[in-house]
Ligand binder design. Structure first.
Ligand SMILES: [Zn+2]
Length: 258
């Protein structure tokens, strides 16, 4: 059950795979925001009260599932099967505030096979209002049956790529509006394959959303710049999904940045 929405594939279950726990958590929150955002224009806006509550961990319809601590305060090795069973029964209860209820399972790879199997049925046939986001260092740490029911989002790092550095470099050049250096940059990286180009675009989006939500100063960027480049990311992702060659997509990126 998937449908396409501007910018990303809407699904009811995601696997966010990256060895960087901070990065995958940010991505999970970004996806949660896109379901719960109240903006009429750009979703996720990262600014409305719903988005802000998601980002600060206070949204009542975002439910966090993570390893519990033992008596000594150390994290247990596994997410217990009871936690998953509890999540499953809770998922049939309607959300309290929004239209959707988003479950974020942290370190999903620490679910043992019994726990993963307990989640299978609901991942396959979830209640209409439920969304599941499984965060893990590697998608392969989950059973193939679980993977097949989820949209896998591989963040850079999982494949030892350097896309996130490229994204940073790109944004710094875009901020300086340095046409010549941008052309050199894209000339150097035009040979990225489609998968790495997708990772690059996804990292650019990630940096831009971070900029918008934290309101930090970022290479002298304005918010308008950030929104404009996000729209460009939407377009690039659309093309990559339609299997337009990455060389053309990167060319488009280069031309439309300045
Ligand atoms: Zn919002």
């Amino acid at each position: 059950m998937m449908s396409e929405k501007k910018g990303f594939i809407v699904s009811h279950a995601y696997i966010i795979a990256s060895p960087d726990s901070e990065q995958r958590e940010k991505k999970a929150l970004e996806i949660a925001c896109s379901f719960l955002c109240e903006s009429k224009e750009r979703r996720p806006c990262m600014e409305c009260s719903a988005c802000r509550n998601v980002l600060s961990g206070y949204h009542p319809d975002v439910i966090d599932i993570s390893r519990k601590s033992d008596d000594k305060g150390n994290k247990k090795r596994e997410i217990q099967v009871e936690q998953i069973r509890q999540m499953v029964s809770d998922a049939y209860v309607r959300p309290s505030q929004a239209d959707k209820k988003v479950y974020i399972i942290r370190d999903a790879g620490t679910m043992n096979p019994t726990a993963q199997n307990a989640a299978l049925k609901i991942l396959e046939e979830p209640p209409e209002h439920a969304v599941f986001i499984l965060c893990t260092d590697s998608a392969e740490s989950l059973l193939a049956t679980v993977r097949s029911r989820c949209t896998v989002v591989r963040l850079s790092g999982e494949k030892a790529g350097n896309e996130s550095e490229l994204a940073e470099e790109y944004i710094s050049l875009a901020a300086k509006k340095d046409e010549v250096k941008l052309c050199v940059f894209f000339g150097k990286h035009e040979a990225l394959d489609n998968e790495r180009a997708s990772a690059f675009v996804s990292d650019v989006r990630f940096c831009l959303n971070g900029f918008i939500s934290t309101r930090k100063k970022y290479y002298g960027f304005t918010r308008e710049d950030a929104f404009r480049l996000l729209a460009l990311c939407d377009r690039a992702e659309e093309y990559l999904r339609l299997n337009v060659g990455s060389k053309h997509v990167m060319g488009l990126f280069c031309v439309l940045t300045v």
